[in-house]
Every structure is written in C-alpha cells, then in structure tokens.
Write a protein that binds this ligand. Structure first.
Ligand code: SF4
Length: 115
C-alpha cells in the first residue's frame, strides 16, 4: 500500500509510536514513494483474523478502496477486482458522486500514480 505523509503521521499516532520508529519498522521509502512494507508471513502487517487492526487510521489507499480511479474508469478492472474482493457488489448502493469523490481523494493523495 502506498502511504502519504499524513498516513504515516496518523498511523504513528494511532499506534502511539514516534514517526521515525514507525517508518523504520513499517515503511519502505524511495525518493518519491512511501509504501507499507510487506511482511513475509502476511499480505499486510496490520491484517489480523478479525480484519484491519488499524481500521480507524488506515492509509488513504485502503480507505478509498474500491473507488480508485483505475477501477472506476474500467468496467473490466472493476469486475476483475470484484472476482476476488468479497465486498464488491454487497451492501447498500453507493452513488457515483460519492465514488468519484473517493477517487479524487486517491488521485490527490498519490498523483504519481495518475500522471
Ligand atoms: S486495510 Fe488495513 S490490513 Fe488492509 S492493507 Fe490497509 S492497512 Fe493493511
């Protein structure tokens, strides 16, 4: 998962650890990109049997899923994602304006992904 600086601050606060300590343990950083490190034993350090252990503070990319621009822009990509994501197609309908607003949040948070 990609991280914004705000994501890092929010997650550090949530876990009650200093930002540098959080970064050392959980963040892979290159010149322009910050990502959650992927542990060997799991898909995400924060994924537990009951779900996301940092739900209230989870990264923007997680919060906006599945309303990412690349999924809203492609019916094929949306259906492909729905083939493995148990949440897609369930629950109450979400209007397109709300979905597009989430896509804009994602676009603004990670412009390098949407050049
Ligand atoms: S929602 Fe939580 S468990 Fe899932 S990828 Fe994001 S941080 Fe990790």
């Amino acid at each position: 998962m990609y991280l914004t600086e705000d994501d890092i601050t929010r997650l550090s606060d949530h876990l009650k650890v200093a930002v540098p300590d959080f970064e050392r343990r959980y963040v892979y950083r290159t010149k322009n990109i910050r990502r959650l490190r992927v542990p060997r034993h799991a898909q995400c350090e924060f994924l537990e049997s009951g779900g996301c252990s940092v739900h209230e503070a989870k990264p923007t990319q997680c919060r906006t899923f599945p309303y990412w621009p690349e999924l809203l822009d492609s019916r094929r990509a949306w259906h492909k994602t729905g083939s493995w994501c148990p949440g897609i197609g369930q629950g109450e309908l979400v209007n397109i304006e709300s979905a597009n607003a989430q896509a804009e949040v994602m676009r603004a948070a990670h412009p390098h992904l949407y050049k």
